[in-house]
Write a protein that binds this ligand. Sequence first.
Ligand code: SAH
Ligand code: SF4
Ligand code: F3S
Length: 436
Amino acid sequence: MSAPKKLFIKTYGCQMNVYDSERMAEALGAKGYVPTDTADDADMILLNTCHIREKAAEKVYSELGRFKGLKAEKPDLKIGVAGCVAQAEGQEIMRRQPLVDLVVGPQSYHRLPAMDDAVRSGEKALDTDFPEDDKFDTLRSRAKAKRGPTAFLTVQEGCDKFCAFCVVPYTRGAEVSRPADRIFREAQELVDQGVREITLLGQNVNAYHGHPQGLAGLIWALDKIDGLARIRFTTSHPNDMDEALIAAHGTCDKLMPYLHLPVQSGSDRILKAMNRKHTAENYLRLIERIRAARPDILLSGDFIVGFPGETDQDFEDTMQLVRDVHYGQAYSFKYSTRPGTPAAEKPQLPEDVMNERLQRLQALLREQQQATQASMVGREVKVLFEKAGREVGQMIGKSEYLHAVYAKAPAEVLGQVRRVKIIEDSPNSLAGALVD
Ligand code: SAH
Ligand code: SF4
Ligand code: F3S
């Protein structure tokens, strides 16, 4: 038997790409590929890319350039580009970088085995269709004997919201939900392989409609799986937070008290220009309802500063919204012009104005994040232990609130949810002691 071919996948962007990379590795597993964690000994390199901001897309081309030497040494090496840059730029990638053999979009990667045949016979392969056949029907079941305690599971893809700044509706296509029974089966398989926590993924996950009762219905269905201890979901849009989902945060024990609910801006003028279809007030009232259902919920958000037309006052409105909400976690970005989106046509703000605003916003968000983390000291949390720490006898896991927690513990705690008393707060983690 010939030696197995080695596959190196580098993943950029969001969690959905992390999930897709795993599924691509599984699809190519059928062709005899085994994963490797270095590009140097690979027979195929796949970059699973992100197009959300300009820097993310440019990174791909500089990374590809670095493979020139490798390809010269090893003519059989095949190089592929997958993900959102593949979808957005297609053929253009091969023109700009002739090293590339294969380009595959996020909706067509179930066709990778056939594309591998093509590139092995010396052809170039390109597939950026939004095919009729559902990739999830064609993909093999999750062939892995044993897994770590946490896993992602994509339940919904695409977005119909068309925020004026965003490429996702173009790179991922229209909103599609997977049927609840298939998700249930995949979740059951993951749990059989040792998974204790599943994060349900979607570009707009709370718009999920593959279950008659929406995402809340799916969560309650998964709640019945024995051995599944925790359910999370991301990312949500404020306008799709329905009553049942809000209520589930108060009544479903397996649903963790953490919610990523991006608002982007605190200015109604900018929210309107962004086509977000909600006001700052709508968002604040929604947060009140969520906190009424689950008072200790940790809220996370995304913000864009410097959207075209953003005035000093608009930015101050964003700062005020952040003060009103108090986030436990947040991500903030300078607006980045994306070709083909409506906002790209508008005059851009000067770079120094954006930089200054981003710094102020990040300082405020950091303060809130640190205060939230510090408030955990002295409290008892539940930690799902995931791996050994750097120090001997130390284990690391995540609390309900997604804080990283270290504790001295025996190896048997791996994969278990254990009570931990938090003792100390350090910049990116908490230290605690096992309670029982
Ligand atoms: N579907 C999710 C996340 C989309 S992308 C949602 O609706 O929230 C993740 C984040 O990237 C967005 O929330 C937004 O804050 C940021 N983002 C998207 N497009 C951007 C752009 N053109 N410039 C800067 N940030 C952007
Ligand atoms: Fe992009 Fe808006 Fe859709 Fe989120 S809701 S993916 S920001 S268009
Ligand atoms: Fe990036 Fe595509 Fe995700 S653009 S953020 S990888 S959906």
